[in-house]
Each structure stands twice: as C-alpha cells, then as structure tokens.
Design a protein. Structure first.
Lengths: 145, 815
C-alpha cells in the first residue's frame, strides 16, 4: 500500500463497500475480541465500508443498533461473547428490526449455533479465522439479498 | 488458511499477544474458581469463551500449534460444560498444565519462534480426560460424544461415497402427502442442492439454504429431513420440496451461495405422474438419515438400498475411528511445513512485537488531548507575546531617537540660555521658557512604560498558565502509566494454589484493593519481591494443618494480599494468620550467626527486622519453596531500589504482616537541589530529614569521623565535595548540612548551599555509567544544565565504607 501513496494510481481501484449513490455501507461490529474487531474493521474499511460503531458484547451491540437505527446497513455479530451472546443479541435485533442485516461471525465447531442464528434471521455467517475474500464476499452477498 | 493475514502486520500481532495474555489470565483465574466451586456455570462459560477466542485468534495469526492445542483443551472444556466430565482436582491439574503449555507457546511466539516442546502427552491426557466421559455415550450412535471424531469421520466417509450417487424412487404415498400439504398454493418444486464439502462449516449449508428458501417459498419437506439437517453432519446432497409462485430458476439462483453450494438443480414435480418422483439422493445422505433416527427415507427405500446404508454406516464408523486418530498429526504435518520456510526477517519482526503494551482508559487519553490543545493555545499566546515584545522594542528605539533629538536640542539651546542669563534676564522666565520648550522630554517614555507593563503582565499570566498545563500534563501522562495492581495480584491465586498443594497446607487467598493503581514500571519490579514474601508466608508463616488444629485455628490458613493508597505512596500488605515470628528463635539465630551480641537486649520490632539481615533464615529445613537463606534481605533490597520500604509486624501465634510502601512513580521525584562547587546535585526529598546551617567550628571529630551534634543525636558527616572530587572552598563562613536517612541510618551531607525544592525528572545514566557510586540518575534543570541525582541508600553505605578506608589509611600512617 505504501507504493500507492508514493505513486498515486491513475486507475483508482473501485471499492465494493459503497452503495450505488456513492455513500459507504455502514457497519456495526459486535465482537468481544478487540483483535477480531480490528481485523474486520481493517478488511472492511479497505473496501470503503464505514465502521460506524463497535461493541464489545451482545448487550452493547443491541443498544448500539437501537441507537444508530436506521443509519446502519449491516451488523457483524460474534457468537460467543460475555454478558450476552451473539445469538441472543441477534434475536433482540431481529425483534427490533425485522429487516436487520446481521452476519454472524463464528469459529469452527459452533455449527449448531450458526444454524440457530440462520433460522432466527441472520443473513449469513463467516467462519473464523477470517479470510479477507470471504468476509467481503459474504457481507456483500448479505447486503444484496 | 487465511490469505489476508500478513505476518508483517505488527499492529494486529501486538493486539493478538495482548489479548492472548488476557485470555490466558481469564482461563487461569476461572479454572481456579472452578476448582473451589465445580458447579459455577459462569466460570465454565467464561473458560470456554476464553479458550474459544484464543483458538480463533491463534488460527488467524497462523500459530497452528497454538490453535491445535487450544482446540484440544476446548474439547475437554466442552465436555465439562455439558456436564459429561466432573471437575476433579486431577482434571484441574491437567487443565492448568495445559494453560502452562499455552503460555509457553505464546511466549515462544512472541519471541519469534515456535515452541518445540513435545505436547503430545498432554494432548493425550486432555483427550483421555474428555473421553472418560464420552465412552458411555459413544455407543448410542456417536452423536453426543466424540464431536471431533464424528466430524472427521463423517468427512472421511463422505469423501468416498459422495461420488457414487444412486437413483432412488420416492413412493406414491409420499408424493400424495406432499401435494396435500401444498394445497393450492402453487406448484411443488424439488430443488436438488449439492453442497461444497470444502467449506469449513459444511454442516451448516443445509440450514443456510433452508433459510434462504424460506423467504421465497414454503418448504414442505427436505430430504434428509429437517432434524437431520440440524445435526452436526455434512450432507453432500439435500433435496428441498417447496411450493412457490416464483419460478424455479429464480429460486435456484437464490440458494446458490458461493463456497456453500456447488450445484442447484430444480426438478419440477408433475402432479399425478405415475411411478412417483425420480430424484437422486446420495447414499451417504440416506445413511445419515438413518443414523440420526430420521427414518422416512430408509423406510421407503428398496431392499438393496436398505443394505447399502448399513454398509456405509459401518465404513463410517471405522473411518471415524481412524479419523480421530490421524486427524491431529495429519493436520499438523503440512502446517508445520508451511511454518518452516518462515524467514529470519520474519522472525525478527515477530520478536519486535513482544514489546510491552499498555492498555489505557480512553478517557485518560482524551484528558491529555484536552491539555495538549490548551498548550497549543498557550503557544499561540507566547507567539503573540513575542510579537508584542518586538513591537515594544521598535517603540523603544523610536522613543530613544526622539529622546536623543530632544536632548541634543536642549544642549544646543543651553549656550543661548546662558547668554540670556548673562544679559540679565530673570531666571524664573528662563526656566519657564525652558520647560515649555522641552516639556515633551519628561513624558516621553510614559506610553512605552505602560505598554511594557501590560505585556509583562500578560507574559506572566501566560507563563503561569503554562506552568499549570505542564503540571496537569505531567500528571496526565503519569496517570497513563498507572495500571491497576490487579495485574500483579492476578498471578497469585495460581501460585498459592500450587504451593498449597506442594506443601500440603490448606490455604485461602484473600485479595483486596486490586483496583489500586501503580506505575507500570513499579509493578513489573514488584513481582519478584511479592512472590518471595508470599512464598515466605506460606512456607514459614503458616503451620501444618495438624499444628493448626491443635492450636484451635481453622485448618485452612488465610493469606491476605491487599493494596491501598496512602498519600503518594502505595501500601501493599501480605498478611497471614500463621504462627507469627518467634522472637526468641530469631534472637538465638542472630546470636549464633554473629549478627547480634548475646548480651544486647532488643525490642520485638528490632527482632522482626533481624529477619531482613543477609544470611538469616530460621527455617530448620530447606524446602524447595523457600529457605535458602537468600530470602528477605534480597526482598528488602529490591524494595529499597524502588525507593520503598519493607517492614514486618507479627504477633506470636496470630500471624505475620509484611508491609511494603513504595512511591507511586519512579520517573519523577520531588528533590532538594544543592550546590557543591560549581555542580548541582539533587537529593530526593523523601530521604531528606532536615537541613542545618553550621559554622565549620561546629564540626567535631570523633574517632577521625567528622561528626555534628543535632539535639541529642550525633550525626556523622560526609563531604560531598570530597566524595565526588569537586574543588570547593572547604572553610567558608557557613556550611550547609543536609541530614538524610533511610530506615535507621542517618548521615549529614555537607554542601555549599541549598538551592531549593523542585520536581525533577529522572533520566537514567547510560549503561557504562550506571556503576557511578552514589548516583541514581541525572536531571536536566530549567536552564539546561545537568544535575546528578544522589542515591541516598547507596551513599549511606558508600560513606561508611570510604570512611572505614580512610581510617585504615590513617592507622597505617600512625603505625
């Protein structure tokens, strides 16, 4: 990326994180791991998404969502979190906003919870360890559904 | 695995290490909670969550050995969580060992290498602990227990079978049922979806497609059925019977999910078609359906179809055993290879990452930012002032020119006036005329003076502001370095537990005041002394359970660690309810060691302090915990290095309390500036007791020592100029004596003059100077000169030694 700063490219790369009107998709990242939060943020912001808020647990995530609604396009939701887990938080968000676009973030071995989340209304899921391509692909897919 | 992760992404790595540390801490403390309260569900959840997060993060940063091992531990934890395994002391031991290994792995990684310790034994122990509970449930179909085995086995079996797809017919009755269910809602469509097995969560696909369909159509039935899809098993092919008004191609595209599905084929169902519906179903899918007790498919299958799933099932079980056995190594080998080519440069990069990280409350940073903005404003005011002064200077010059002009005019007019005076004009008239002509001269500088006064007042104001802001900034930055002592205390539950097991003494650890904040550098240096004190308390202080019973105390001893603020000092106490210090034993031992004259009477307090003497240990036996005789004196020295003090109080039979007092921070001290010759020195104010101005005649000689009487006390004197070889006038009219002391020792330092008190920032001396005796560091004063900071405890020793030497020399001369 450094080279890009030094030699601005003429062919500006088009980023996928913006809507048709050019405004960025607004993302709420809910994850108890600062590390994962940062990773997701890095991946998404590099594609033009805007991280409007982050939350460290489900409870906080739901509150954030309610605060920001409707100025939020997609939520990434970790499954295992202290205080309130991701599935419960998802339920609350869906209760609040049926159309909410929530993408679950799960580690391997949580298939049952992922299934439960999908049935509740999660748009998609991403498996940790996070892969840039997958993250972008799945989030965009959820947004376009 | 992840093409996103970049080993050079130090920021992420650093976060990983910080967080890994926290997770490990959480693991450890909660396991200890669990040991005392095996049913504590919160602790179990927390442990599981921490292990899980750690595993995920380790996978992301490609620390495969770490994620694999954590995964093993997680499996066992899962069994604990689902109450399949009871928490026993042995289990806790195994878990703690596992945490030690995890710690070692993280440490190794933070130094840029991979732990080469063989962990297979412990892995096996973890697996065995988990399996102990699984074996009974494994017989009941293997859906409950052996999650890993199941998953791996399932994968292996399907790999073979998925290719061989057989044709299966669905009975007329089934079709009828479907049509009934559909009613008039629309045509029944069958979507045949093939799933991608390489998707890491391949077992979720069935549900994912289901939810995607749910929005657009009524899902009547799935094959294998819904419950089977919900099971944690991969189905290579699933059929969804739906009724929908949307056309089948649109539905098919809706459920085409990259990575998850490989092919979606819509098969329209023609109503009333004889012979039923012809569809394709993977055998393995049927096998799965049977396995999970979902029977419709197999019930209706033809007889050859019935036998085949059975065969498949058998194969599957065999494969699952193999899978379980080979999964670890098979996985590990290619990954290990992948790690090997890691270049040296990369390893270097990782090493750098392990620098210390400070987590700070963001509010503190905000406060700082606020202050910084104030300094910026302050800077602007100074700029303005400097312009103001420039203008003033110009104004001054202008006035001076006018002044010079007027004065020369005046001088020129003097002869004229003299002449007129000689001509006999009245002096009174002349004076009036003179004043009228040069009236301007007297008030010439008034405007300038006013402007100057104004500017100086502004300057003073701004400088005062600067002082206030820097003061606050200093405090703010110090506060950033402050971390709660919990960081330190959190290590003790484990330590106490391990010790109590190895010593066979029951113990309870009580921790208080863990929110107390302390400078980070101090915290780091406090660990060793604290550990030493706690060990000492456990080993020497606390009696055996039998002794405790005899003396009527509860069998479990209590050790209390507490921290509190006291002014700008932190007080840390380590108290036990053990046997207390045996004053007589201490006395006897001190006499034996030659530390004390047999006839000297000492107070209890003195006796307590004897235990800090070098080479003193009252333990009759040397245990591996403590008692090698290099104990408390080292602790005392370490604490004193931190400018702190260590004291002990004890009541026989009731217990002992060690008290450590240390200053909040080491980076800035309040110091007394003194002058010796041309040099300036700083004496830490905490060690200054008083200061005196004396005449050289007040110095008396006692045994060749220079001494000085202060009230009832005799204080030996040390001339700093001699010690530091600074040339100065040794016999001025007055000398200044600063009496310093730490603990019991006192000494007077002779200096040329006292300058004043000031906050000084300690700058460490470069490595090759750190041996400068009597110097603790350097400080840069306001005018840019360097002053050295005096290390008082060292000086006390040094002065004593030097004087002894001098005395020996003198004696040599006499003899």
């Amino acid at each position: 990326m450094r080279t890009k700063q030094d030699f601005p490219s003429i062919n500006e790369r088009s980023v996928s994180g913006v809507k048709e009107d050019g405004s960025p998709y607004r993302v709420l990242v809910v994850d108890d791991s600062m590390f994962v939060t940062k990773q997701i943020s890095q991946i998404l912001t590099s594609e033009g998404f805007e991280i409007v808020a982050t939350a460290g647990n489900g409870l906080e995530g739901v509150e954030r969502y309610k605060e920001l609604y409707p100025n939020i396009d997609v939520v990434t939701m970790d499954i295992t979190m202290p205080q309130m887990d991701g599935v419960t938080a998802l339920e609350k968000i869906i209760d609040f906003d049926k159309e909410a676009c929530v993408v679950m973030i799960s580690a391997l071995g949580k298939q049952d919870l992922v299934k439960k989340s999908l049935l509740i209304g999660a748009k998609n899921y991403i498996v940790k360890p996070l892969d840039r391509k997958k993250v972008l692909e799945r989030i965009l897919m959820s947004l376009q559904q | 695995m992840s093409d996103y992760f970049d080993p050079q992404n130090e920021e992420l790595l650093q976060d990983f290490f910080t967080e890994a540390g926290l997770q490990v801490e959480a693991l450890e403390s909660n396991i200890l909670v669990l040991e005392n309260d095996p049913t504590n569900q919160d602790a179990i959840d927390e442990i599981f969550r921490a292990a899980h997060t750690l595993k995920g993060a380790a996978g992301t940063v490609q620390m495969t050995e770490l994620s694999e091992f954590t995964h093993r531990a997680e499996d066992l934890l899962d069994c604990i969580r689902s109450d399949e395994v009871a928490v026993t002391a042995g289990l806790v031991d195994t878990l703690l060992q596992a945490i030690d290994v995890i710690k070692a792995m993280i440490d190794a990684r933070s130094e840029g290498r991979v732990l080469d310790q063989d962990v297979s034994e412990l892995s096996a122990a973890l697996a065995a602990a988990g399996r102990a509970a699984e074996s009974p449930s494994a017989g009941s179909g293997g859906t409950e227990g052996g999650r890993v085995a199941d998953r791996a086995g399932g994968d292996a079996a399907f790999r073979g079978d998925a290719a061989a797809v057989a044709v299966k017919r669905i009975s007329e009755y089934d079709l009828l049922e479907l049509r009934e269910a559909a009613g008039e809602a629309g045509p029944v469509i069958c979507l045949r979806v093939e799933f991608n097995e390489d998707n890491p969560m391949n077992t979720v696909g069935g549900i994912q497609v289901y939810t995607a369909l749910r929005k657009r159509a009524d899902v009547l039935k799935t094959e294998p059925d819904f419950d089977a899809l919900y099971e944690d098993v991969f189905h290579p092919v699933v059929e969804y019977y739906v009724v929908s008004n949307e056309d089948s191609e649109r539905l098919a595209s809706a459920v085409t999910i990259s990575d998850v599905t490989t092919q979606v084929t819509p098969l329209p169902v023609a109503a009333g078609e004889e012979g039923g519906l012809t569809t394709l179903v993977g055998e393995a899918g049927a096998a799965e359906a049977q396995r999970s007790g979902a029977t419709p498919a197999t019930e209706l299958a033809d007889s050859p179809g019935l036998s085949e799933p059975e065969v498949a099932l058998e194969e599957l079980e065999i494969a699952s055993e193999e899978g379980a056995e080979t999964e670890g190594p098979a996985d590990a080998v290619p990954r290990a290879e992948a790690i090997k080519p890691e270049s040296k440069a990369e390893a270097e990069a990782r090493r750098k990452v392990s620098g210390s990280v400070l987590r700070v409350d963001s509010k503190r940073i905000d406060d700082l930012l606020n202050l910084v903005s104030e300094t910026v404003i302050n800077k602007a005011s100074f700029n303005q002032l400097s312009n103001g002064f420039g203008e003033l200077l110009a104004q001054l010059q202008e006035r001076r020119e006018q002044h010079d002009e007027l004065v020369s005019e005046l001088f020129e007019s003097v002869p004229d006036f003299l002449e007129r005076a000689a001509r006999g004009e009245a002096a009174k008239d002349l004076r009036r005329e003179l004043i009228a002509a040069h009236d301007r001269l007297s008030g010439l500088f008034d405007p300038f003076q006013n402007a100057f006064k104004n500017t100086v007042a502004k300057y003073r104001n701004t400088a005062q502001n600067l002082g206030r802001i820097t003061g606050e900034l200093q405090e703010g930055v110090m506060r950033i370095r402050m971390v709660p002592i919990a960081q330190l205390f959190s290590r003790f539950p484990r330590l106490v537990r391990d010790l109590s097991r190895s010593l066979n003494k029951g113990m309870r650890l009580k921790i208080e005041g863990e929110d107390t904040e302390l400078d980070k550098s101090v915290i780091e240096d406090l660990l060793d002394p604290l550990i030493h004190c706690v060990r000492n308390a456990l080993d020497h202080g606390i009696e055996t359970p039998e002794e405790r019973r005899e003396s009527g105390k509860p069998e479990d001893a209590t050790v209390a660690l507490s921290a509190s603020n006291e002014g700008n000092m932190i007080v840390i106490e380590i108290a036990d309810d053990g046997r207390g210090i045996d004053v007589e034993a201490v006395r006897a031992k001190a006499v034996e060691r030659g530390l004390l004259h047999p006839s000297k009477a000492i107070s209890d307090l003195d006796a307590f302090n004897l235990i800090f003497a070098p080479g003193f240990s009252t333990a009759k036996q040397i245990t591996n915990v403590s008692g090698r005789g290099v104990g408390l004196d080292v602790v005392k020295r370490q604490i004193e290095k931190l400018n702190g003090e260590l004291s002990v109080w004890s009541v026989r039979g009731k217990g002992t309390r060690f008290t450590i007092k240390i200053p909040l921070t080491l980076a800035i001290i309040h110091g007394l500036l003194v002058r010796v010759g041309k040099e300036m020195y700083v004496i830490p104010i905490t060690s200054v007791i008083e200061s005196h101005r004396i005449k050289p005649a007040d110095i008396k000689m006692l045994d060749n020592y220079e001494v000085f009487n202060v009230r009832e006390d005799v204080i030996s004197l040390l001339r700093l100029n001699r010690l530091f070889k600074v040339t100065t006038n040794e016999n001025p009219e007055y000398l200044f004596v600063v009496i310093v002391g730490s603990g019991e020792k006192k000494m007077g330092l002779i200096v040329d003059s006292l300058i004043g008190e000031e906050d000084v920032v300690i700058k460490p001396l470069r490595d090759h100077y750190t041996n400068a005796p009597g110097i603790a560091g350097a400080n840069i004063t306001g005018d840019g000169t360097v002053s050295l900071i005096i290390d008082v405890p060292q000086l006390l020793e040094l002065g004593l030694r030097q004087e002894m030497e001098q005395r020996r020399k003198m004696e040599g001369r006499i003899a």
